[in-house]
Design a protein around this ligand. Structure first.
Ligand code: PEP
Ligand code: MG
Length: 561
């Protein structure tokens, strides 16, 4: 038994076996020459047919569980299975060298894995996982015993990947994925946020310890503490089974935990909302008893497909969320592909510093075709619920004015065609740049609300990349510099008569709850799994600034700074 320590990125406990998504263990793939190459090619063909059946079945089963877009990965895998280059490579190896089919698959997988993983484009680089997936299926169909060497994702998988990307999470088969482990990564990377939204436990940033994780071994993942226990002993297993039951019971208790309004000790109503990244996260939001959706990140729509999502596809996604949330507000953030490399169909490079680059509202305002498509989809969906639209990475009033002009243009286009659009749609700004916080008095007249995005705000104020584990001690949302900016923003909002929310990850930090309440924040929005705990914290906190609490936070006079 070995215990590794990583960064707890998404709470929860998982007990399963490791599915290391890397090509390895060459010696475990049998290598021999076959006397009859033609026969071996027929064997390969049969295995391809079987693998295809598997993948089609995965696709159909997945359609019942997740969005069609997330199921499309299986169709892509089927297409790869028939890809001339990939299959041709395997067939040529068998025909020319009389290599057994398993080893020929392995060689082709290795070649294409190497090819993809050496590409500059991170999106294309991520495709090497698809090569591994498809090759695993094929190997499994040639010889089921081979799954110890290169394991297809089966039930009980704890997926271990070196660099965890948001696209891994989006494409993960949630029926089989118990947890994620990764060598790199931080708590506030987008991949970690997606995992929390989806309620999948994860430990990231394991560093070189990651190398000790072998494919197929039993593992326990504790997403609360960051412990990863390899080959656990029996009594440890028993202990964790109990913890697992407890955490299920706890979250069961949490479902709808004291549903109804959340009031502070001194009687102030605070809205507790949930963040989502995918329409399929809504069920967890409904179970949590949240007061609405405080942040719907729409990037997943663009990440889980190889082509730009159409207006109709987006409309269906927004509509399904709005319908399910009924009269509760759903704040949809317009596209912000920040961390995830810009998709090839945008035909542009992410730049040397994507966090400060061509992203979010900057990109949308430039790409009117793309922006209008998203806005039309949103406006069409607006009649199915209570929609609010929020713009990311804003730095000046001009950006809001221009964004609102686009909204009006989209509205006119729809109204002209007789398509119904809600009369009143609230518009807000995600306050996540220091500029926006400082000039929030100038921004407030143009919007109905501010939602403070503490993830980016913290990284820009402290010049500390939220994804860099070496400076995670500097990246601190409790830093007085960050808290002062937040206070300025909330004061400016209230002066202008608009409401405020916090939707960055620090909204779930129980230490900061009383600070946010005392400065008058009206809404906090957190991962669905954190809703019940936050409601509990608010109910035992006061909205009054007692004992100079705010001053203590602002001057760093607490144990946390
Ligand atoms: C934020 O920056 O705090 C935020 C909510 O947006 P994201 O985490 O998606 O960058
Ligand atoms: Mg942000």
């Amino acid at each position: 038994m070995k215990v590794l320590q990583g960064i707890p990125a998404s709470g929860g406990i998982a007990i399963g076996s490791v599915s290391k998504q890397e090509l390895e263990l060459q010696e475990k793939i049998p290598h021999y020459t076959v006397p009859d190459a033609q026969k071996e090619l027929e064997r390969l063909q049969q295995a391809c047919g079987k693998a295809r059946e598997f993948l089609e079945d995965f696709y159909l089963r997945s359609l019942k569980l997740v969005e069609e877009k997330n199921s499309m990965i299986f169709q892509i895998h089927i297409a790869m299975l028939e890809d001339e280059e990939y299959l041709g490579e395997i067939q040529t190896e068998i025909a020319n060298n009389h290599t057994n089919a398993e080893y020929a698959v392995y060689l082709a997988a290795k070649k294409f894995y190497g090819l993809f993983s050496s590409l500059d484009d991170a999106y294309m680089r991520a495709r090497c996982m698809d090569v591994v997936d498809v090759s695993n299926q094929l190997l499994y169909c040639l010889d089921p015993l081979l799954n110890a060497a290169l394991k297809p994702l089966r039930s009980g998988a704890v997926v271990a990947v070196s660099d965890l990307m948001p696209s891994h999470v989006v494409q993960a088969d949630r029926r089989h994925t118990l947890a994620f482990l990764s060598r790199t990564g931080t708590k506030d990377s987008h991949a970690s946020i997606l995992l929390r939204d989806a309620g999948i436990p994860a430990v990231v940033g394991l560093g070189d310890e990651f190398l000790k994780i072998e494919n197929g071994i039993p593992v326990i993942v504790d997403g609360f503490t960051g412990d990863v226990i390899l080959e656990p002993e029996e009594d440890v297993c028993a202990e964790y089974w109990e913890k697992l039951q407890d955490s299920r019971i706890n979250s069961g208790k949490g479902y709808g935990f004291g549903k109804g309004p959340t009031l502070t000790k001194d009687g102030k109503r605070v809205l507790v909302c949930a963040n989502i990244s995918n329409p399929s996260d809504v069920d967890a939001v409904l179970r949590s008893g949240a007061d609405g959706i405080g942040l719907f990140r729409t990037e997943y729509l663009y990440m889980s497909s190889n082509t730009e999502p159409s207006e109709e596809q987006q409309f269906q996604a927004y509509r399904s969320v709005l319908e399910k949330m009924k009269d509760q507000r759903v704040i949809v953030r317009t596209l912000d592909l920040g961390e995830e490399p810009v998709r090839p169909y945008f035909n542009m490079e992410p730049g040397t510093n994507p966090a400060m680059g061509y992203r979010a509202i900057r990109f949308s305002l430039d790409r009117s075709d793309l922006f209008l498509t998203q806005l039309r989809a949103l406006l069409r969906a607006s009649v199915y619920g209570k929609l609010a639209i929020m713009f990311p990475i804003v730095t000046s009033p001009e950006e809001i004015i221009r964004a609102r002009q686009f909204v009006e243009r989209a509205r006119e286009e729809l109204v002209e065609k007789g398509v119904p659009v809600a009369d009143k749609i609230e518009m807000g700004v995600l306050i996540e740049t220091p500029a926006a916080a400082i000039v929030s008095d100038l921004l407030a007249p143009y919007v109905d609300f501010f939602s403070i995005g503490t993830n980016d705000l913290t990284q820009y104020i402290l010049a500390a990349d939220r994804k860099n584990p070496y400076i995670s001690h500097i990246y601190n949302p409790r830093h007085p510099a960050v808290l002062r900016m937040i206070k300025i923003t909330v004061e400016n909002a209230h002066r202008a008569g608009i409401w405020t929310a916090v939707c960055g990850e620090s909204a779930s930090d129980p230490i900061l709850t009383s600070f946010y309440l005392s400065i008058g924040v009206e809404q906090l929005s957190v991962a669905p799994s954190a809703v019940w705990k936050l409601r509990h914290t608010i109910r035992s906190s006061s909205a009054q600034d007692t004992d100079g609490l705010v001053e203590n936070f602002l001057s760093g006079k607490n144990e946390l700074f």
